[in-house]
Design a protein around this ligand. Structure first.
Ligand code: ADP
Length: 313
């Protein structure tokens, strides 16, 4: 955990030196206070690995045991790694901040239009009236879509999503989804290649949501445009769908976590692209409910291919 090899001793300076600088004084003070006052301590702080330079969060508890019957007093404690919990907590706070922000923007805009229409200080033409209401409706639609996404997450968490399976043509569904998203893809060319005969037995609306999410991401995360290719094939009783882009790509480290709830990649490309980190989580859950499989291949700077497979029966 600390990056020291077993054969090396760790001095107190080494141990303190590993603590991230902004926490060093607090931790030292807590340990000293525990020693001086013979009380226990329980603190959480980040350390930077001696060997790998990696940031880890730890929880340290300990206390001074006074010497008895001639034995020396000694200090004993336990250090537990809590990185996953800390990062999860942070993602949750970030998520709440982003959600509030994303909901506030359309709300502020809708509010401004409504106020303008209500005050009626200047006489507005019927045409203006109509356009203002259209803008309000569009903002409400945006908020509605956002809230729907959050509700889907909540439903998944409580296992309340029920699949409504039917037999349908996957090719038609892909075409429909592409048509819906093409409006947002002015710099992209979406190409569909399908050798599938078409029929799958699944929840049409939810599989549509998966394709739509993957396609929207392919567009969103290739900001310079380019070709987005959707391929659909049938193989050994499965229908496979691939969505390939030539965008920013994803690091191997992030690939393992990308389907986690609230997970977003943090780098200079992604900070300017808004999102909540729930799209891929929903995709993975929907595919899982269908006994399917979801995955990706990607290279940073070259692009990504997300794929999923559904059993045909
Ligand atoms: P978000 O709302 O953040 O887009 P998603 O769950 O859809 O949430 O995606 C999670 C993260 O995975 C994104 O924040 C992004 O960093 C990364 N990602 C998803 N799709 C792609 C893609 N096609 N290319 C590069 N990165 C992607």
């Amino acid at each position: 955990m600390f990056g020291f090899r077993p054969e090396y001793g760790i001095s107190l300076e080494d141990a303190i030196g590993q603590i991230r600088e902004d926490y060093r004084d607090t931790v030292s003070a807590a340990i000293e206070a525990a020693i001086d006052n013979e009380t226990s301590y329980d603190i959480e702080y980040p350390i930077i690995g001696h060997g790998d330079g990696k940031l880890r969060w730890v929880r340290a508890t300990g206390k001074l045991y006074p010497g008895e019957h001639g034995t020396k007093p000694h200090f004993s404690g336990v250090v537990t790694e809590i990185t996953d919990r800390k990062l999860d907590e942070r993602r949750k706070y970030d998520f709440i901040a982003i959600v509030s922000h994303e909901l506030k923007t359309p709300l502020t805009s809708a509010k401004a239009y409504v106020q303008m229409l209500l005050t009626g200080r200047r006489k507005v033409s019927e045409d203006f009236h109509h356009r203002a209401l259209q803008k309000v409706a569009a903002q409400i639609e945006k908020m509605h879509a956002l809230i729907k996404g959050f509700l889907d997450v909540a439903r998944l968490e409580s296992s309340a999503i029920i699949l409504e399976k039917q037999l349908f043509s996957i090719n038609d569904l892909i075409e429909e989804t592409v048509e819906e998203l093409e409006v947002f893809a002015d710099r992209h060319k979406i190409i569909v290649e399908s050798s599938a005969s078409g029929a799958v037995h699944a929840d049409r609306q939810k599989i549509g949501q998966v394709i739509s999410n993957l396609l929207a991401n392919a567009i969103k995360y290739s900001p310079h445009g380019g070709v987005v290719l959707i391929t659909c094939i049938e193989q050994a009783g499965y229908t496979w769908i691939y969505v390939k882009d030539h965008g920013i790509g994803i690091d191997t480290w992030d690939m393992d976590r990308i389907f986690d709830r609230f997970y977003r990649v943090e780098n200079k490309h992604t900070t300017v692209i808004s999102g909540f980190g729930i799209g891929l989580y929903l995709c993975a859950e929907i595919v899982r409910l269908h006994d399917g499989l979801i995955g990706l291949e990607s290279e940073i700077g070259k692009g990504s291919t997300f794929y999923f497979r559904l059993p045909r029966r």
